[in-house]
Design a protein around this ligand. Structure first.
Ligand SMILES: *Cc1c(COP(=O)(O)O)cnc(C)c1O
Length: 365
């Protein structure tokens, strides 16, 4: 007995957790500054924590009312019809729902390279194929409709990420329109806005009235600090929104996650503080790191350090965990998440120290 041929599948490799690293290094996890997974350094909203505690005694019941309440709250926020909100277990879950709804076996998905690894994984899980378009370092990772369209060959789904992970570059609203106009009318353009809260621009959700070949992903994992609960959604056009009922995994958006997300949506103070700290940290990295960085619309900054794997290992030994972007095809770069003010300053000191010791000759100033 064997599963189907999974040889083309790659396992998702997450950034390492502080607890694992601490165990390996014989350190207390509290001594570590974890800046490898773009998590919210302020933690979740206290209101979300209270909501989880309040909901805990009722988890014997399937999450029905909470799903309805959260859907309604999100729909109201964006002036959408409720059926246009596809709640999911993280934005990753929404990626799967879109794959299920759109891909026939052998259909193709066009994704950015470097880019978020779950897009091609989801295509493979759903018997689809992937091709890529470059987000090129030679052009400072600039994104535009033209860049995407020059690699486009009628794929069924096209993914864009704005702000882009791991580079931080953004795709302007006009470019999203140009892309939606430029593809075949049976091609779905998915705009992944996992980091949109950190960038000051209108959401592509506002375009859903005009385009029926568009979907937008949002998550509570980043600015709302709920990564551990797995809650996100796709916002989709009314024309095919009812497909959700046929593709979603029943009750995947769980009771605690829905209640926490509802509470988080009402805590403007926590959200604003999270965004404000990230914007401060981005600037701090640009100003104080002794290595080249790229402008970022997200809660992280990509930096060129020379030998990323050696640098990431050395910063980790000094208590700062960063993301080596070799697995994204950028072996000379690390991605550093925005920390608290204290964590961010510590990261800068440690990265500069390490690069001065081991990396400078490989790094262009
Ligand atoms: C973090 C992230 C997501 C969503 O993650 P979930 O935790 O599944 O909501 C989606 N896209 C990108 C580019 C991300 O970095």
């Amino acid at each position: 007995m064997q599963p189907r041929d999974l040889s083309a599948h790659e396992a998702y490799v997450p950034g390492r957790g502080a607890k694992e690293v601490a165990r390996d290094l014989g350190m207390d996890p509290e001594e570590l500054t974890k800046l490898s997974s773009n998590e919210n350094p302020h933690g979740p909203s206290p209101d979300a924590v209270a909501a989880v505690e309040n909901a805990a005694p009722d988890v014997n019941v399937y999450p029905k009312a909470s799903h309805t309440d959260l859907t309604a709250r999100i729909a109201e926020h964006w002036s959408l019809d409720e059926i246009q909100v596809w709640l999911s277990a993280g934005a990753d879950g929404a990626i799967d729902y879109l794959s299920r709804a759109f891909l026939e076996p052998g259909d193709e998905m066009l994704v950015p390279e470097p880019g978020f690894s779950y897009y091609p994984m989801s295509a493979r899980y759903h018997h689809g194929e992937t091709s890529t378009y470059p987000v090129s370092k030679d052009e400072d990772f600039e994104q535009s409709a033209e860049h995407v369209l020059s690699s486009y060959d009628g794929e069924r789904i096209v993914y864009v990420t704005t702000p882009h992970n791991p580079t931080g570059s953004v795709l302007e609203a006009d470019e999203i329109r140009a892309l939606a106009n430029g593809v075949h009318d049976q091609t779905l353009v998915v705009v992944d806005e996992a980091y949109a809260e950190y960038h000051d621009a209108p959401s592509a959700i506002e375009l859903l009235d005009e385009y029926d070949n568009l979907a937008v992903l949002r998550t509570f994992s980043k600015a709302y600090g709920l990564a551990g609960l797995r809650i996100g959604y796709a916002a989709v056009p009314e024309a095919w929104a009812d497909a959700y009922a046929r593709v979603n995994t029943p009750f995947a958006a769980n009771e605690l996650a829905c209640r926490a997300a509802l509470a988080a949506l009402d805590d403007d103070e926590h959200l604003e503080r999270s965004i404000e700290t990230a914007r401060w940290a981005r600037e701090y990295y640009h100003e104080h790191l002794d290595v080249p960085t790229w402008p970022s619309g997200g809660n992280f900054v990509l930096c060129e350090v020379g030998d990323a794997s050696a640098v990431a290992e050395a910063t980790q030994e000094r208590g700062v965990i960063v993301r080596d972007t070799s697995s994204f095809g950028l072996p000379e770069c690390i991605r550093v998440s925005c920390g608290t003010r204290e964590g961010t300053r510590r990261a800068v000191d440690v990265i500069n120290e390490v690069v001065a010791e081991i990396g400078p000759e490989a790094t262009e100033p």
